[in-house]
Write a protein that binds this ligand. Sequence first.
Ligand code: NAD
Ligand code: DAU
Length: 377
Amino acid sequence: MGDPRPPDRRPPDPRPPDRLPARPHLLVTGGAGFIGSAYVRDVLARDDGIRITVLDKLTYAGNEANLGAIAADPHQAARFRFVRGDIADAAVVGPLVADADAVVNFAAESHVDRSILDPEAFLVTGVIGVHVLLEAIRAEASRAAAGERAASPRYLQVSTDEVYGSVEAGHSKEGDRLDPRSPYSAAKAAGELLVQSYHVTHGTDTVVTRGSNTYGPFHHPEKLIPLFVTNALDDLPLPLYGDGMQHRDWLYVSDHAGAIDHVLHHGLPGETYNVPGDAELPNREVVTRLLEHLGKPWSLVRRVEDRPGHDRRYAMDGSKLAALGWRNRIAFDEGLASTVEWFRANEAWWRAIKSGDWTAYYERQYGARLAGSTEAG
Ligand code: NAD
Ligand code: DAU
C-alpha cells in the first residue's frame, strides 16, 4: 500500500542535530577576553534561556568591562555568573565543570610577541590548564556512567590557524600536518593534541575550532589592527614588522564567535573545524585601508625589525565548516569600518589599557625597534 501522505518537498536541513540539551548551562573559560566576551555577549543577547558561567583569571588581557553590557541588562544578568580563577586550578575548575553541560575554552595567552619574550604562562595555561579542564570532564563522564548526571559535558577547544605554521601556497585542511613555529602556536598545538587524545583514549565528547586572525571591538591594543588604530588616533608611529608583506586572513569577531557556537551545537564528536575569514591580505594593505578610514597619512608607518620566526602566511580551507552549515556574515571592509568607529567612540576603554604595565611592555617590545626604524616606503 502506498503512503497516503503528500511527498515532503522541503529541502533537507543542512544542519546536523543539536548536540546540547535544551537551555544548556555553559562554562566559558577566558570569557573576559576579546573573542570570549563577544561570544558571551552574543549568546546571552539571543535570550533563548542559555545560562553562562565565565571563569577567567583576569590576566592583563582579561577585562570585566568587556562584559559590562550584560550586568546592565537584568534579563541577561539573571543568566550570567562571573568567577575569577585559573583554568589550571583543579579545585576551582572541578565544581564548575560539574555544574555545566558544556565547556567552551577560550582561555589562553594569545599574543605571539609576548610568547617570544616570556613563554612560560603560555605553557601553563595552554597545556596544564587544558589538562585540568579535560580531567574535570573525565570525572563528570564517570558520574554520568554511574547515573549521577544525565550526560557528560561536551568540550570545545578554541584553537588557531597558527598550528599549521607558515603556509607558502594553497589552503590548510584539517588533516594537514601541524607545524607550529612560535611558543604561542606550539602551546596551542599541544593543547589541541591533548584534547584529541582524550577523545581517542577516554571517548570524551570534544570538538576543536581553528580560527584565523580575528578583529573587532574590544580587541586588546597589543594586536596589529587595534595597536595601529589607537596609535594613529594619537599620531604615534606605527611599527610595521619587516617588509609588511606577511599575509593574514581576517575574520570579524562576531563571525568567529558565531562559528564557535555553531560547532559547539552541531560539530561531530572528535572533529576539528577550520574557521577562516574572507579577506587574505598582506599587512601593508590592511594598514593602508585602516589609515584611509582614519584619514591619517602613511608617513606614520615605520619599518621596524621583524618578529623572530615570523610566519609569512596563514590560509585555511573552510569547506568542512561550510558543510556543517556555517556562513560568515561580515565582509572585511564593513568590519574594519565599524571597528575603527568603535575605537574612536571608546577611547576610555583603550586608554585605560594603554596605561600602567602597558608602558613597560611597549618599551620592551618596541623601544629599540622604533629607535632603529626606517621609512616604510
Ligand atoms: P585574549 O588574550 O583577548 O583573552 C584571553 C582571556 O583568557 C583573557 O580574558 C584572560 O584573562 C583569560 N585567561 C588567560 N589565562 C587564563 C587562565 N589560566 N585561566 C583563566 N583565564 C585565563 O585572547 P583572544 O584573542 O580573545 O583569544 C581567545 C582564544 O582564541 C585563545 O585561545 C586564542 O588562542 C584563540 N584564537 C585567537 C585568535 C585571534 O585572532 N585573537 C584567532 C584564533 C584563535
Ligand atoms: O592567526 C590567528 C592568530 O592571530 C591568533 O591565534 C593569535 O592569538 C592572534 O594574536 C593573531 O596572531 P598574529 O601574530 O597574526 O596577530 P598580530 O596582531 O600580533 O599580528 C598580525 C600581523 O601584523 C603579523 O604578521 C605581525 C604584524 N605586526 C603585528 C604587530 C603587533 C606588525 O607588523 N607590527 C606589530 O606591531
